[in-house]
Design a protein. Structure first.
Length: 264
């Protein structure tokens, strides 16, 4: 294990490239503990601070996880999600696409709170309007992987089961439909990448400079009025969003049915 002192690339990035390659090749398997920082520093003949920068970089990338008092470990496989509109509701009414067996969702808080700007905009109300919110955390056996919330108008949810801290044993949208009498007909998803808030970083147990993926999900009734606005935030480097779809075949009478993206 060597680095090239004359290379333009910083030593910690050279070490990161070598460790990354070894992890991908199976030299260190998921869940396996890496040598200590002093041991790695001795292997490469560099200062411990250089190795710490390497570890920090690979943690941000989602390849490593550090457990205080225990050491640094190779993170398991990336979390693959299909929790966009179709993934959340399933292919058929009444179908619920459960989380994989190794994920558990916990209800963290239920109550009333001022709507943040993106939620207020989705509902078409003023920032800070009081709404009913149900917050949750999704965990694996050893780490939190999602923090989220579902928001409802108080006129729809006040005094109902949606305002009580209880699990329903069925998809949330089915409970909402029964309580409100409004049927979910369509939904939109907006995904952005950003830095986590301080609270998100603490809950997800990630460094403040680790990017996150953030989903804003808006569900509408038949009149295209929002029923629910849901948020979900995931550690970006260890999350992959997957959507499967069919590509329509061209029609003989329409040689160019889709001109593609036009940039103005």
């Amino acid at each position: 294990m060597t680095i090239n002192p004359g290379a333009a690339e910083f030593p910690h990035r050279q070490i990161a490239a070598q460790l990354r390659a070894q992890i991908r090749s199976g030299r260190w398997a998921p869940g396996e503990r890496l040598p200590s920082i002093p041991a790695i520093a001795q292997m490469y003949g560099v200062a411990k601070q250089t190795v710490q920068r390497t570890i920090d970089q690979l943690r941000v990338e989602g390849l490593l996880i550090t457990k205080p008092g225990s050491g640094t470990y190779v993170r398991g496989t990336r979390r693959k999600l299909n929790r966009l509109s179709r993934g959340r509701y399933g292919a058929h009414r009444g179908y619920h696409s459960d989380l994989a067996a190794r994920y558990r969702q916990y209800l963290a808080e239920v109550g009333r709170a001022p709507a943040p700007p993106e939620v207020a905009d989705a509902f078409g109300v003023a920032d800070g309007t009081e709404m009913v919110v149900r917050r949750h955390v999704v965990r694996t056996a050893d780490a939190p992987v999602e923090v989220g919330a579902s928001w409802f108008r108080t006129s729809d949810a006040a005094g109902t089961s949606l305002e009580r801290r209880e699990a329903f044993g069925r998809p949330l949208y089915q409970e909402v439909e029964e309580v409100t009498g409004r049927r979910y007909v369509s939904a939109t998803d907006q995904i952005t990448a950003r830095q986590p808030t301080r609270e998100e970083a603490e809950i997800l147990e990630i460094r403040p400079d680790t990017p996150v993926l953030h989903l804003l999900h808006v569900a509408y009734d038949a009149d295209h009025r929002p029923i629910e606005v849901a948020q979900a935030t995931w550690p970006g480097p260890m999350t992959a969003l997957t959507e499967e779809y069919r590509v329509p075949a061209p029609r003989p009478d329409d040689p160019d049915p889709d001109p593609g993206l036009a940039l103005a």
